[in-house]
Ligand binder design. Sequence first.
Ligand code: PLP
Length: 230
Amino acid sequence: MIKENVADVEAKIQAACERAGRKREEVTLIAVSKTKPVSDIREVMETGIIDYGENKVQELCDKIETIKEPLNWHMIGHLQRNKVKYIVDKVKLIHSVDSLRLAEQISQEAIKKNVDVDILVEVNVAEETSKFGMSTEEVTQMVESIARLDRVHIKGLMTVAPFTDNPEDNRLYFRNLKQLAVDIAQKNIDNVIMSELSMGMTGDYEVAIEEGATMVRVGTGIFGERIYTK
Ligand SMILES: *Cc1c(COP(=O)(O)O)cnc(C)c1O
């Protein structure tokens, strides 16, 4: 089942790239494995996927411990400052940086551990009160402040678009995030690259790719529905 799902998602990614006149290599598929057992991740690994996303620090650390193979782990969930120390030297990219204070904490821990940390700035493009992320108006100033921190490097922007049955509803949000990245890139801020756009989930990743996503985060579409026991 999981392998068929991966093949299906892969075909849809390729088709979306073709429609948008983009190369398949421009888009990284991140398999979002939160709540799913290591045995499921191993099944996905057999298809050649090396990027995995988790949203809880404890679960992320447990899985990194258990799976010895070198994988690219992505922190995609809300990150508390007191937990930064557990992951800064373990993850490929932190997608969910939503405040200057969090970025400062990442910088401090990165200096302590003598590592460089790549991050994305999370933007709440739809201005949903239930979601984390900076408002579109705040982002540029926040990027300028974070850029001055040592050993933290901004690589782009991330958003979690509203939940909807119609992916077209989110097209404008994705387009706006892309435009925001273009605007920030034009400022040529030191220590800031706007090469990554992490946007699109199971319900809307094809539209996100058409609008310029370089990373899509797909959970349910690969692993099936999540069952929350707590
Ligand atoms: C859970 C999660 C996803 C994956 O969601 P699906 O709809 O299952 O694909 C993507 N991004 C974030 C930030 C998540 O928390």
